[in-house]
Ligand binder design. Structure first.
Ligand code: ATP
Length: 248
């Protein structure tokens, strides 16, 4: 696969490199088998968005940056795909905010948690950062969820007032909102339950959003009176407009 996509002039180079990152992380034991399917769903929506950050997504990213900066106790809740694709950027964001990262995965096994913790901790050291990495020793539960995916850490997700949840599943997003938290979602699917339930949803690819957040957080933008439904409608309108133009 590497040889075939090594040429950056390949029209699908970025997309293929991301697919390779997910595939490599899977080979290292960091992901569940369904990870590539979730990634593929994201890819399909990214294709419809022309693989770019649309204006409403950039505005949403700015809103997320503002709310993370203003939060009393923010936390970044990362799943396997988010770590596979943008671990470096999320470590930088956590360092800028002085907040922890909590690994929170849907299909929790000791092996997968171990692989993800080791990956983040090594990168933390290599980048010379001192970000607290939580998730390894859950001591609290998200109310309203069954099974291992409710597991979380008291001083992380449980006590946080504001949580960034890239690629979260709808159930957990709803449960976090029910706990009274601000939930900041990153999801390429404007129709997903997470996007519709979150306080602010960024309809954009997680790597692009994380890079934009690294630039925006130091600017300390102001919180606005955010209308999430309007932003999701803008994303849908963009898709419809772009797709209909292709056949004009
Ligand atoms: P919900 O329960 O919220 O309706 P779902 O069951 O479709 O969502 P999952 O399959 O758990 O959600 O997660 C995959 C989600 O993550 C999809 O909505 C997909 O669009 C999104 N996604 C996948 N890869 C990326 C990516 N690289 N950047 C942003 N979003 C992504």
């Amino acid at each position: 696969m590497t040889e075939e996509i090594a040429d950056p002039s390949h029209p699908r180079y970025q997309s293929l490199m991301m697919r390779k990152k997910v595939s490599d992380a899977g080979a290292k034991g960091m992901l569940a088998e369904s990870a590539m399917i979730a990634h593929g769903r994201g890819e399909a929506f990214d294709y419809l968005l022309s693989e770019q950050t649309i204006d409403s997504a950039f505005a949403a990213t700015k809103e997320v940056a503002a709310r993370l900066v203003k939060a009393k106790k923010p936390v970044l809740s990362l799943n396997g795909n988010a770590i596979a694709l943008a671990a470096r950027e999320f470590l930088l964001i956590a360092s800028q905010l002085g907040c922890p990262i909590e690994i929170n995965i849907f299909y929790r096994t000791p092996q997968r948690m171990g692989a993800l913790l080791a990956h983040l901790k090594l990168l933390n050291t290599n980048l010379d950062l001192d970000v607290e990495i939580l998730g390894g020793v859950p001591d609290a539960r998200i109310p309203g969820l069954e099974g291992p995916r409710a597991a979380c850490q008291q001083k992380g997700i449980f006590e946080a007032d504001t949580i960034l949840v890239p690629l979260e599943d709808g159930d957990r997003c709803e449960a976090l909102i029910a706990m009274g938290k601000e939930v900041l979602v990153i999801d390429l699917n404007p129709l997903s339950r997470s996007a519709r339930t979150g306080t602010v949803a960024v309809v954009d690819e997680v790597t692009r959003v994380a890079k934009n957040l690294v630039q925006l957080i130091p600017q300390k933008p102001e919180i606005t009176d955010w209308n999430n439904d309007q932003a999701l409608q803008d994303a849908l309108n963009h898709i419809v407009k772009t797709m209909s133009k292709k056949f004009e």
